[in-house]
Design a protein around this ligand. Structure first.
Ligand SMILES: [Fe+2]
Length: 580
């Protein structure tokens, strides 16, 4: 037996993943355990859980794979330091971070409560983007594929292209600091008044309200295509002087302002958080999103030309841009597309582990990540106990009654907390830690926002659809199991599902397959039988905190919000405390 623990440590979205004999047996983000959104630091709780889940004792661990390599791109780092002389503060922060990465074995031993000497695992440092590339290619269904990884930065690099064949890949090109598409998106997101780590997704939802043409030329001056890749016009940014000022102190990461006064000259005064959202800001968001898509499609198109590959694998935070991803198949020559469900940095824990398994150890590929249900699971007794502890009476229904009753309640307008099986890995709730509702109701978006989610009104809610029904309702029917692709809704269907049809008549859909997610499939199927609409509105099971992990957290969220029904496995409880 060969055991590999992959870690994303001391970087946003810290996470742990366990690979045993080439199979991904556990993966989860640290934020779900310590309840701090996007937490950086060391994934102590996730690592401890992953080993326990796989039944691997600390001394049985063979390999420890970390998705950071302080030696990667070190020549270019040094050159830049010599030329630009970064501030002492920046240098100290980077050195401290590198030192932590070097002593990851001690951090793991501390987390597991064992002596450092008890861990015999060999430590591997995998360059950040190599880990992203591995996370997409090695668990994809393709023997051959081009691979693209795009994010803010990791190990001094923001973009990597590669070509994969069987159990190895070859890096083609890199975009190094300070040029970065992720930084471009983050900078304009900050200017738009969304300063929090991970706010980029909000702006993607805002963009369809605006007219992209007004500021498109400005955006083309800010990001320019160059060869197969791109460069930033650094006049608009400050990160190249001071570095990306990312701090976390064991909490949620924050990034200091990275746009310059030149951006303010070009676009006008920045929006303060809480200011009214005007059409001007919507137009800027639209132009930025459009420019991102142009550059993304340019890179993908060139990657196809240079490799001749018919399949493309995507990872990196920018690969969570579902609108850009949705344009890949219609507008490039790629036929096959695989997006790592945890395309953000948590997925590098999976990638680092597979880089070791497939490339370092040379093992053949035998695993495809067809689902993201790799997180914690709970027994029937634990589900019942969570209700009992809160003094809520719940009824246990058999499957047939459960799916029928819950579907009826959704069709009647109820908002349902739906907690089943193993938690999802990655940012999306995919029907295991979800809140589900009726997509046919025009007011459902407002109901959810007012009662539970408290989100900006411009943000869309997503549809989950039975996979085989996709072509009936959307203009593309390529499988989208991880909610990372946006498709146009068919014109004749738009008014049937107003709660999940965005302002530009699109949906960031999840296609649900019977053998991948049988219980969620059955619920949607039952709702379809009742209503003729084989689609549910699916939003993550949380209020503002990280998505719930345990049944106790689910009950707490149920009690403090205004859901009508809570379903934990086969147990059902009403808002008023009575069993359904
Ligand atoms: Fe990354």
């Amino acid at each position: 037996m060969t055991t590999i623990l992959g870690l994303n440590a001391y970087h946003g979205d810290a996470a742990a993943a366990l690979v045993v004999d080439g199979e991904l047996v556990a993966a989860a983000e640290e934020e779900r355990f310590n309840r701090i959104k996007h937490v950086a630091g060391f994934p102590a709780l996730a690592a401890r859980w992953a080993l326990a889940e796989g039944g691997v004792a600390p001394e049985q661990l063979d390999h420890l794979a970390v998705s950071r390599d302080p030696r990667a791109n070190v020549g270019q780092k040094l050159l830049r330091t010599i030329r630009h002389g970064p501030s002492a503060r920046y240098l100290t922060a980077r050195l401290r971070n590198a030192a932590k990465i070097r002593d990851v074995r001690t951090a793991l031993a501390d987390s597991l409560g064992v002596e450092r000497g008890a861990l015999r695992a060999r430590v591997h440092n995998v360059e950040h983007h190599r880990a992203h590339v591995a996370s997409a290619f090695f668990v994809s269904p393709f023997a051959d594929a081009a691979v693209l990884s795009v994010d803010g930065f990791g190990d001094f690099c923001s973009t990597m292209t590669a070509v994969g064949h069987d159990n190895s890949f070859r890096v083609l090109e890199r975009v190094l600091f300070p040029h970065s598409l992720g930084i471009f998106y983050t900078a304009v997101t900050q200017w738009l008044g969304f300063p929090k780590y991970g706010d980029e997704g909000k702006v993607m939802g805002l963009a369809p309200y605006g007219n992209p043409e007004k500021h498109l030329e400005a955006m083309r001056d800010i990001v320019q295509t160059s060869g197969n890749l791109f460069t930033l016009n650094l006049d608009y940014f400050t990160h190249h002087d001071e570095g990306v000022d990312m701090t976390w102190d064991e909490g949620s990461p924050t990034i200091g302002r990275i746009y310059s006064d030149r951006l303010v000259q070009a676009l006008g005064p920045a929006r303060e958080s809480g200011d009214a959202m005007t059409s001007h800001y919507e137009d800027v968001a639209a132009a930025m999103q459009k420019r991102l898509e142009e550059v993304y499609l340019h890179i993908a198109g060139r990657l196809h030309e240079s490799t001749g590959a018919t399949n493309l694998c995507l990872a990196g935070g920018v690969a969570l841009n579902a609108v850009a991803n949705g344009r890949i198949r219609p507008e490039t020559a790629f036929d096959g597309l695989y997006v790592q469900p945890a395309a953000g940095d948590s997925g590098t824990a999976v990638g680092a582990a597979y880089d070791v398994w497939n490339q370092t150890l040379g093992s053949p590929r035998a695993f495809v990540m067809t689902h993201a249900y790799t997180g914690p699971r709970f027994s029937d007794e634990e589900l019942a106990a969570a209700f009992a502890a809160a003094g809520i009476s719940a009824r246990r229904l058999d499957n047939e009654e459960l799916f029928r009753r819950v579907a009826e309640r959704i069709a009647a307008g109820d908002v349902v907390g739906w907690f089943q099986d193993r938690m999802e890995f990655g940012p999306r709730a995919l029907g295991h830690r979800s809140i589900v509702a009726d997509p046919r109701r025009p007011d459902m978006k407002d109901v959810l926002n007012a009662r539970i989610k408290h989100r900006e009104p411009f943000r869309p809610f997503a549809p989950s659809i039975l996979a085989e029904e996709t072509a009936e309702w959307f203009e593309q029917d390529y499988t989208s199991p991880f909610m990372v692709l946006v498709y146009k809704t068919r014109p004749e269907k738009r008014e049937l599902i107003p709660a999940v049809n965005h302002v530009d008549d699109t949906g960031r859909l999840q296609t649900v397959e019977r053998d991948v997610s049988p219980r969620y499939y059955r619920l949607i199927e039952e709702f379809g039988r009742l209503t003729g609409v084989p689609i549910l509105l699916n939003t993550s099971f949380n209020e503002n905190e990280p998505i719930v992990r345990t049944p106790v957290e689910a009950v707490e969220t149920f009690l403090k919000t205004h859901m009508d029904l809570l379903v934990l496995g086969n147990y059902v409880a009403e808002r008023d405390g009575a069993g359904a």
